[in-house]
Design a protein around this ligand. Structure first.
Ligand SMILES: [Zn+2]
Ligand SMILES: [Zn+2]
Length: 242
């Protein structure tokens, strides 16, 4: 225990915690987010869409997007709105090695949705995979880091390499819905060995960094349902507005 404490102390000294909003080293006593940045991220608060979890204008069951499309997942659990501060934070987390942001993201996710995931008897967390070449280049999969932090806090197993990205895809952000669908079609598959190993698992949460149009989550959900999973939810750090 003491060794563990020493190790954490040493790690904090070598890699001082940085505020996930501004990227500066957090002064002692501040809780991961420095006090000046408290309002940098915008939390998702009700009223929200019953499907994707996105904030809605008034009390209504579904947002415009979820009224138009028929999704195969059950429900989504996003923590923050994808605003300017969030955009920068996630870019640093993904592309500039700020892996430690996962701790804060995971902590806040667990506070917001931990109880809900218990009520739903979720059995496993499945990170949205990266293509292996991309993962090797980046050194890590950001969705997996976020999933690990959630799993550690809520005691839910993270199934790594259960869902695989078998084909490389171009970045989704400049594509429309139809192009996204074509881009992602047949990009994902379930590893057959893992499927047998986790045969009892029926209730899962897909984990990703951003939810925008839902096409990635939808593709992954379809593949999981085909593999025998019964209910798929999703967790995301942030969700884009419409
Ligand atoms: Zn800050
Ligand atoms: Zn929605």
């Amino acid at each position: 225990m003491k060794n563990h404490w020493l190790k954490e102390g040493l790690l904090d000294w070598l890699y001082p915690p940085r505020c996930p909003v501004c990227g500066e080293i957090v002064p002692a006593g501040d809780d991961r987010v420095c006090s000046a940045c408290r309002n940098g991220f915008r939390r998702v608060v009700p009223p929200v869409c019953c499907r994707c979890g996105r904030m809605t204008e008034q009390e209504e069951e579904f947002c415009e997007d979820c009224r138009k499309k028929r999704f195969s997942y059950v429900q989504g659990f996003p923590v923050w709105v994808y605003n300017q501060a969030m955009r920068r934070s996630i870019a640093d987390f993904k592309y500039r090695g700020r892996k430690e942001y996962a701790v804060y993201y995971g902590q806040e996710f667990a506070k917001a949705y931990g109880r809900r995931l218990k009520e739903l008897s979720v059995q496993a967390l499945i990170p949205v995979p990266l293509y292996w070449k991309k993962c090797r280049k980046r050194g890590y999969n950001q969705a997996e880091l976020f999933a690990e932090e959630i799993g550690r806090r809520l005691g839910i197993v993270v199934c790594r390499d259960y869902l695989l990205r078998v084909r490389d895809t171009v970045p989704q952000k400049d594509l429309n819905d139809r192009q996204r669908y074509a881009n992602l079609k047949s990009a994902f598959a379930v590893d057959q060995q893992k499927r047998r190993y986790y045969a009892g698992i029926k209730n899962v949460v897909l984990v990703d960094d951003i939810y925008t149009t839902g096409s990635t989550v939808e593709m992954c959900t379809k593949v999981l349902l085909r593999a025998g999973i019964e209910k798929v939810y999703f967790a995301s750090i942030s969700i884009g507005s419409l």
